[in-house]
Design a protein around this ligand. Structure first.
Ligand code: PSV
Ligand code: MN
Ligand code: MN
Length: 431
């Protein structure tokens, strides 16, 4: 496997931090042992954690007002993979990449797969895009895609999704994520029930094209771009559609796609209970679909989501395997740094959830001791597992401090020299 940053530089970085890390690790190990927890078990658990990186996340996202590109942004999917390679090299927690078509459409899918493999990467779910018109496209998605009143528009949107499956097959993906912005901006603009019937009709055709071992993930979102009535607005609609379509259809929870203050962990528990939790798009938000870095606003919510996932894993065993992906938009930070931090934050929530004393929690729940039940969760959440995460990375060949190591490597300066910025770049994920 080729590494993007010189392995010697990573080793040198780790050597400088080794004594400090070992001391912190030993101190935490002692504290956990007094609680009856084995730090080594938690470290191997952390090493087994993986979250996919979104290809569109390595470029500056921008908003509907403007995009301010950063230095050395990737100009094509091959350069995006190099950046994803760095993220995985230093965090050892992101071995897969989620592609978005047609943004990442390769001329030669086999060549792209080989490039990923050379970096030790593979492909997670592929994402379709019928929320934008593409140059040369026959029909417009202005009035919807899979739900459009026009049969020609729907046929084009279905064909695009099937093309994504075909590309994904060559790339080694095993799932298609479908998010549509379809909906209405005015009451009466379309028939609410009719739109969902057309959605299901289109999705049945896409579902029929799925290979045996594939899933289709239905990603719901409350609003935007449809501000009055989004067709797939909530987990209830997503669940109903996934149930209608069949066992390969599951629901995807993007943390930013809910009304403020929604109890997302309860949605996770419900979907897991009924076998329909397909995966996640992790990010954080303050107001809406902000796509901020995971754990940057509400890390406790992220922990509570993982607390439900830990509970579901105990109940359902190996059969419970939701896909973990990041879905973020970086506007004021270096995307590589944001994605590395975010992967670590999601991994942190995963490990913290494993610290919950579930036997004690069950007793407090049985006794209706709400205060101590809540404290049991807080106790796990307040434990700083950073030394476990750092040790997991170092043992796997990653960096003790990914951001510090990345900055010291000069990677951004290096690629800035090789990737001159293009003027007037505007669309998400494409420089
Ligand atoms: C929509 O807001 C979304 O979360 C979907 O996952 C899209 O595919 C993604 O953002 C990329 O823009
Ligand atoms: Mn998303
Ligand atoms: Mn979103």
């Amino acid at each position: 496997m080729s590494t993007v940053i010189d392995a010697g530089q990573v080793a040198e970085h780790n050597a400088k931090l080794q004594a400090q890390l070992q001391a912190d690790y030993d101190a935490l190990g002692g504290m956990l042992a007094r609680r009856g927890q084995d730090i080594e078990e938690l470290t191997s658990l952390a090493q087994g954690f993986a979250v996919a990186v979104p290809s569109w996340g390595v470029g500056t996202g921008g908003t509907r007002f403007a995009r301010f590109p950063g230095r050395g942004e990737p100009r094509n999917v091959f350069e995006k993979l190099d950046d994803c390679g760095v993220i995985n090299q230093l965090t050892r927690a992101t071995p897969s990449v989620s592609l978005h078509f047609p943004w990442d459409k390769p001329t030669d899918a086999k060549e792209l797969r080989d490039k990923a493999a050379s970096l030790g990467l593979f492909f997670d779910a592929v994402n379709s895009n019928t929320f934008q018109d593409q140059v040369g496209q026959e029909q417009t998605y202005k009035y919807g895609s899979l739900t459009a009143g026009s049969a020609e528009v729907r046929a084009q949107a279905v064909a695009h999704n099937i093309e994504c499956i075909e590309l994904g097959k060559t790339l080694g993906s095993r799932a298609l994520t479908v998010w549509v912005g379809d909906g209405a901006n005015f009451p009466g603009q379309h028939n609410l029930r009719g739109a969902l019937e057309r959605y299901l009709d289109s999705m049945r055709k896409i579902y029929a094209a799925l290979p045996e071992d594939w899933n289709v993930f239905i990603e719901h979102k409350l609003f935007e771009p449809a501000f009055y009535a989004t067709t797939i607005a909530d987990w209830g609609t997503s669940f109903a559609c996934a149930t209608e379509l069949g066992p390969k259809a599951k629901c995807l929870v993007d943390l930013g796609h809910h009304a403020p203050n929604t109890n997302i962990e309860m949605i996770v528990a419900r979907l897991a209970q009924f076998g329909k939790l397909g995966g996640f798009h992790f990010n954080d938000s303050k107001y809406g679909d902000d796509d901020l870095d995971s754990g940057s606003i509400n890390p406790f919510q992220l922990f509570l989501v993982f607390n439900e996932l830990a509970d579901a894993a105990l109940r359902d065993g190996a059969a419970f395997k939701p896909s973990y992906m990041l879905d973020q938009s970086h506007n004021v930070t270096d995307p590589v740094e944001s994605l590395m931090n975010s992967a670590v934050e999601v991994q942190r929530a995963f490990v913290q959830a494993a610290l919950v004393d579930r036997a004690a929690l069950a007793v407090y729940q049985q006794q209706n001791d709400a205060l101590q039940a809540a404290q049991t969760l807080k106790h796990a959440f307040r434990t700083d597992v950073s030394p476990i995460l750092a040790m997991a990375r170092v043992r796997a060949g990653g960096a003790a401090d990914p951001v510090a190591c990345y900055r010291a490597s000069g990677y951004r300066d290096r690629v800035a020299g090789m990737r001159p910025a293009k003027a007037g770049a505007s669309s998400s994920g494409i420089v």
